[in-house]
Ligand binder design. Structure first.
Ligand code: NAD
Length: 269
């Protein structure tokens, strides 16, 4: 039997209860990593604990320093250190343009979006950093989006928050070298996740995964004509967490069906 790509690696996955984070947990374990998680939703956390008793689960809000410190402590106590920090936390704005946002709600919606999508990423890296530096092969993987690069697949708050995550990858890759590599994964629209909206916009109970016809819609707008799942994206995280990407920092993998080359339709004779 060949060794897994992440044999011996010790990882913390933040936002691991469903969707992309949950798929990352499964494939990291399959590739030989030991994995701890931080997740806000108590039911999703309990489900991970029941399915994967070897995984230390911390229930808490990744926006806070306290929850991230607790999750890092749990991981380090269980594994003796930490090599990889993955953050898959995120919320969505269901395509609201500035035209559709009431002025009254803008400041609260901004805070909700940026605290969850941006501050949680900074907090998790900050909490893990001493251990990632001590690892000698530390890796940070943050979840961007096609919305970190292109308009149209989210509203103005989601897009700007995802551009900010892209900025964090660039800034931290610069600041944390050579001890820690920092890269992003920028998935395209994804099937079967539970990406939620914002309380202030009345969409906290809505899930992007619930939209009817999403598979056909996703496939129809990318050159590769694929509708990708969280499990598809998880392999990009495996590559960037492994020593096979040891020369890569400040980079990004785009598992998105080729959206970057779809600007104009291909001419056919
Ligand atoms: N679904 C898509 O089409 C898509 C496309 C591109 C990028 N993304 C990004 O991928 C990431 C994962 O999204 P997903 O679609 O898998 O959604 P998801 O909701 O299924 O997964 C996110 C997980 O993070 C948890 N979470 C949310 N806020 C949290 C907090 N403050 N503290 C702790 N845990 C928290 C959620 O409970 C959930 O388990 C997000 O950053 C999202 O923006 C998603």
């Amino acid at each position: 039997m060949t060794a897994g790509w992440l044999e011996g690696r010790r990882a913390l996955v933040v936002g691991a209860g469903s969707g992309i984070g949950r798929a990352v947990v499964d494939v990291f374990l399959a590739e030989g990593a030991r994995v701890a998680v931080l997740e806000r939703d108590p039911d999703k956390s309990a489900a991970i604990g029941a399915a994967l008793p070897e995984v230390p689960v911390t229930v808490g809000d990744a926006v806070t320093r306290q929850a991230n410190d607790a999750a890092v402590t749990a991981a380090v106590e269980a594994f003796g250190g930490l090599d990889v920090l993955v953050n898959c936390v995120g919320v969505f704005d269901f395509y609201r343009s500035l035209l559709d946002l009431d002025a009254d709600v803008l400041d609260v919606a901004f805070d909700e979006m940026f605290r969850t999508n941006v501050l949680s990423h900074l907090q998790s890296v900050k909490a893990a950093l001493p251990h990632l530096q001590a690892s000698g092969r530390g890796v940070v993987l943050l979840t961007e989006s096609t919305s970190s690069y292109f308009p149209g697949r989210g509203g103005v708050l989601y897009l700007s928050s995802k551009f900010a995550v892209r900025g964090i990858v660039t800034a931290l890759a610069h600041d944390l070298a050579p001890e820690v590599r920092v890269n992003g994964v920028a998935p395209g629209g994804t099937l079967g996740t539970d990406l939620r909206g914002l309380p202030s916009l009345g969409t906290a109970g809505s899930s992007l995964g619930d939209i009817p016809g999403r598979a056909e819609e996703l496939a129809s707008r990318v050159p590769l004509q694929v509708a990708l799942t969280a499990a598809d994206h998880a392999w990009s995280y495996v590559f960037l967490a492994s020593d096979r990407s040891r020369g890569i920092t400040g980079g990004v993998v785009h598992p998105d069906g080729g959206i970057g080359v779809s600007a104009s339709p291909r001419k056919r004779s």
